[in-house]
Design a protein around this ligand. Sequence first.
Ligand code: ADP
Ligand code: MG
Length: 469
Amino acid sequence: MPIVPVHLQNNVLIIQVPSTYFYEFLEEHYVEELKRAIHQELGPDGRLEYSIVVDQGNSQNQPRTLNLPTTRKAAAPVAQATPAAALATGPMSSSARHVAGAAAAPAPSATTLRNPFEASKAIDRNYLHSQLNGSYTFENYIEGDCNRLARSAGLAVANKPGTTSFNPLMVYGGVGLGKTHLVQAIGNHIKASNSDKFVLYVSAEKFTNQFIESLRANAVQDFANFYLLVDILILDDVQFLSGKDKTQEMFFHIFNHLHQAGKQIVMTSDRPPRDLVGLEDRLLSRFKWGLTADLQSPDFETRMAIIQNKMQQDGIDIPPQVVEYLAHSVNTNVRELEGVLISLVAQSSLNRREIDLEMAKQALRHIIEEVEAEVNIDFIQKTCAEYFSVPLDLLKAKTRKKEVVTARQVAMYFAKEHTSHSLKSIGHHFGGRDHSTVIHSVQTVSDLIDSDKSFRGQIVELRKKFAGK
Ligand code: ADP
Ligand code: MG
């Protein structure tokens, strides 16, 4: 069972969950129900705490856990950050140390340099925190065609930071495809093998905010000096720097300095460097010094492997046909896949019901609806305009040129077939025509399908474009 009650004392119920993701999920979807139940059973002072397994341990060790109170607002240091960043679980994680009741904060060292991650504390190199999430590793980063190059480049960098030609290493790909996981795995690997190296993971957004804060506090030099201490700098989501000239300038400076000193730089972006509009050319040209590798959507087999790995990691049991169904149906991205998995496990646990195909179909309903919703009028208009080689704006205008009329009628026909828009609304999207025009178009297309073989062929081709969505 993934949710285990572990402790009830002084009106505090502690439940153990297998991962931070699970905690997030419960807090997001079930917090009200849980609160109600706690109040009902334990009275108004009743509280809920989570014990999150951050490290499975081995057969001799208990899993290491991290305790958090319910409602993310109350968990102050965790509140603003993403779960991955906030629940940093490396051995240096201050929150984990705190929970474990270990030694107090380190004594400030002689230097008065400010650490942008902990505004009030002076830097002590021994206590520099990597901001890594220890659960992102290479071991649980499933390899597939979609990520082979990026993964092996990442592994090479992790084994020999700063000395391969993959410097900088730039990983790009769409959301939820595993960029953050991969670059954190690099960081964790280096930390595990070279404990004296200062690895720092930071999102470009956090970097920007720290920089702005340092400007405000008149401490830009401290900011720069801090970053110059880093041996392996991992900057996540660099596209965030677009249009932020001052921050880019600072990063450029840090980049050059680190690179020259043989330090490793790893970056991610949600698009290829050539599409990073608003990033200075001199910065972009630096990215080309090393290796740029992309992440693609995983294929079916890789999705199966990812689900199976996740099940094993979290101790979840799901019938094979359900796993297969999930791998077939959720082909958007890995985060979505994990989301569905977690929601199934949570439902099964809370409703005391085994996971079955019916439940999986139910859980997938909203995702599939989202995908279907992508066949909207815009998409249909664009596809038809392209297919018939007519300009999109003419398709939506009043012109009566023959080629345009046909393309427009076909687009209306598909809008009626694939969307839930009323005839009136469809007319509105095609230059403000009335519903009788739409009816007429649909009728004309239907008639042509019956009478004209080559036209019918065109419709079949077009329909494929919408069905595949
Ligand atoms: P991105 O940063 O590209 O948006 P993430 O790195 O946050 O994506 O990945 C989303 C989720 O998918 C994470 O929980 C991650 O662990 C998981 N994931 C992505 N790719 C893989 C993979 N190849 N193997 C296992 N888990 C993966
Ligand atoms: Mg990310």
